[in-house]
Ligand binder design. Structure first.
Ligand SMILES: [Fe+2]
Length: 349
């Protein structure tokens, strides 16, 4: 009898050991427990593809928390040292400058990032890095506008564009950064004159997003719109035929080519000051900067890669090469407050 009990107990023990084994294996534990928490303001579903590949390559899970950059910054501030955030992604350099100023980011030393990301597209102290690039361009009505009549952002204030300019509200960070760049190049007074003259030339009171400005061109409300490049890519590839029609009604013009170059901005990323998983967070940024990942990450959202070794998508290549304004991007954040005040004074809604 005792023998039987002993055998039974042994069998039970063996079984339970086997059951525990997979959970105890290093591989499984890494897959289950390694993760990074990403606070992101990027509002593009295509990002998921790139995050998934990182998970497959590294076994590190990417946990995404989505909200506006301002909300995320506020969240990180109130969470303090307890914040679960490892990384912060914003769609504009301005917000990253603000996050850094509040002490919410930390410097990163990485020879990979050093090599992959040009100096003017990142923070001077490596608190954040541009990961995709976009240009703020003029989309013009193919049927009504001769591109030879276009030249600069400044020239949109000329009388010939009276009641023909479409651009979104001043509350938008893309416009704030554009104005910040004009302040950096011409000073506050000139930038104020520009903003006031733009208001006079507006086809309508600012409303909607960048896509809506192009749709307004199709509707005949105006002839030129100031928008980010990727919105045109989105329109042209939309499932909605009306959006495709709007995209096809316009052409791209890169302003200020004979001068400082077209205003560009980045969506960027920084490691949180209290990142619980710093090593994997840095690994994630390095991954995003890699040539092949850059091509997918930027390409799927019709953005330009920041890594010079990566090539843009075919659509972007078809738009042609252009000269970029190489104003260091941290300037845009530093001048953000001045830009907001200048817009208010100019009566730009
Ligand atoms: Fe956007």
């Amino acid at each position: 009898m005792n023998k039987f009990i002993a055998i039974f107990l042994l069998a039970l023990l063996t079984l339970s050991c086997q059951e525990n084994q997979p959970a105890a294996s290093g591989d499984q534990i890494e897959k289950k427990d390694a993760f990074i928490t990403l606070y992101t303001h990027r509002h593009y579903d295509t990002d998921k593809v790139v995050f998934k590949t990182f998970e497959e390559e590294t076994g590190v899970e990417v946990r995404v928390v989505k909200a506006s950059a301002d909300e995320l910054i506020q969240k990180m501030e109130s969470e303090g040292e307890q914040s679960p955030a490892d990384l912060l992604i914003s769609v504009d350099a301005g917000r990253l400058v603000r996050a850094k100023a509040k002490g919410l980011l930390q410097p990163v030393t990485s020879s990979v990032l050093e090599k992959n990301i040009p100096g003017y597209l990142k923070d001077s102290e490596n608190n954040w890095f541009g990961i995709t690039k976009r240009a703020r361009i003029i989309a013009y009505d193919k049927n009504k506008v001769n591109p030879a009549d276009l030249s600069t952002y400044e020239a949109l204030t000329a009388p010939e564009w009276n009641k023909k300019v479409l651009i979104r509200s001043s509350g938008n960070i893309y416009n704030q950064s554009l104005l910040a760049s004009i302040i950096a190049h011409h000073g506050e007074a000139k930038a104020g004159e520009w903003a006031a003259a733009m208001v006079k030339n507006m086809a309508r009171s600012p409303r909607g997003n960048d896509r809506d400005q192009v749709k307004a061109i199709l509707a005949g409300e105006g002839e030129v719109a100031v928008i980010n490049t990727y919105y045109l890519g989105k329109l042209l590839n939309s499932k909605d035929p009306e959006e495709v029609k709007a995209g096809e009604a316009v052409q791209i013009f890169f302003p200020n080519q004979d001068g400082r170059g077209t205003h560009i901005n980045v969506s960027g990323i920084g490691v949180a000051a209290h990142a619980p998983n710093k090593a994997d967070a840095v690994r994630f940024i390095e991954y995003l900067s890699r040539k092949d990942v850059q091509e997918t990450f930027a390409g799927t959202n019709y953005e330009y890669p920041v890594n010079p070794a990566a090539s843009p998508s075919e659509l972007l290549i078809s738009w042609g090469e252009f000269k970029e304004d190489e104003l260091p991007l941290p300037k845009l954040g530093e001048l953000n407050k001045k830009a907001v005040i200048t817009f208010d004074e100019a009566g730009w809604k």
